[in-house]
Design a protein around this ligand. Structure first.
Ligand SMILES: [Ca+2]
Ligand SMILES: [Ca+2]
Length: 263
């Protein structure tokens, strides 16, 4: 029992950096080294003893993801740029390549696409299907041809090495609202699942796990109900993926253990 507690504490110590309090600390991997990045006031800063709080990108952003989209062992930086000072929605998806030159990180823009007409609010990257193209999630806020209500909707693209192509533009996963999303191989399937934070009209939250089938997503399990949830994240340690919920108005967070009821 004591052993288990120690393991969990170590796991939590490693995951605090992912939680939702500002400023947030993140790791970016370049040339097999880990560099500390801080996200504060919609800006990414490099935080090391050479360049304390040097801006990594000049643009203001609303969300970002570090992910090795071309599997060359260097993380790319995917960002949603901020539309204007007041807007909570973004404008462009921009992808930056990263290199290490003279002990500092040099970023080079390799792709930019205007998404302002579909009001993006989140970017993430994952491997849904082992087809060698990295899958990119963009959370958008819009109506559709068939559904006239404006709400958060899940759009997926893939990266073919040069550009994005549309993979799956979903109207919704469920009638519950899409609040947040994260990805990971939680059950060792060999590819990622989508862990979706969903909210109903009574402000109750749950996590639903979805598996991509090639034509869409099927639900494989749902969590219990939670209240006052702020966001969902995935922590990864030694190829073990865990789902973490962070709650509003406190530093409280929980690792959520889930069991698949179907595949
Ligand atoms: Ca890369
Ligand atoms: Ca893929």
């Amino acid at each position: 029992m004591k052993k288990n507690l120690i393991v969990i504490s170590i796991f939590l110590a490693g995951c605090i950096v992912f939680l939702c309090n500002q400023p947030k600390n993140y790791d970016i991997k370049i040339d097999n080294n880990i560099y500390k990045i801080v996200f504060k006031n919609n800006t990414l800063y490099l935080n090391n003893h050479y360049f304390k709080y040097k801006k990594l990108l000049q643009e203001k952003i609303i969300d970002f993801k570090f992910y090795d989209i071309d599997e060359d062992k260097n993380d790319e930086i995917l960002v949603i740029t901020k539309q204007n000072k007041k807007s909570i929605y973004g404008e462009y998806l921009v992808i930056y390549d990263t290199n290490l030159i003279n002990q500092t990180i040099v970023v080079t823009e390799i792709y930019r696409q205007d998404f302002s007409n579909i009001t993006p609010w989140k970017v993430d990257a994952c491997n849904l299907d082992n087809d060698n193209d990295t899958d990119i999630f963009i959370g958008v806020n819009k109506d559709t041809v068939f559904y006239k209500d404006v709400r958060n909707r899940p759009f997926f693209y893939s990266w073919d090495g040069e550009k994005l192509y549309k993979k799956w533009q979903g109207s919704f996963f469920t009638d519950w609202d899409l609040v947040d999303i994260t990805f990971g191989d939680y059950f060792n399937y060999g590819h990622d699942l989508a862990a979706v934070l969903e909210k109903n009209r009574n402000s109750e939250y749950r996590i639903s796990l979805y598996n991509f089938t090639g034509f869409g997503f099927i639900n494989i399990t749902k969590s219990d109900i939670y209240k006052n949830v702020k966001c969902i994240n995935t922590i990864r340690k030694d190829n073990v993926y865990k789902i973490v919920l962070t709650f509003n108005n406190s530093n409280k967070y929980n690792i959520i253990e889930m069991v698949p009821t179907r595949r």
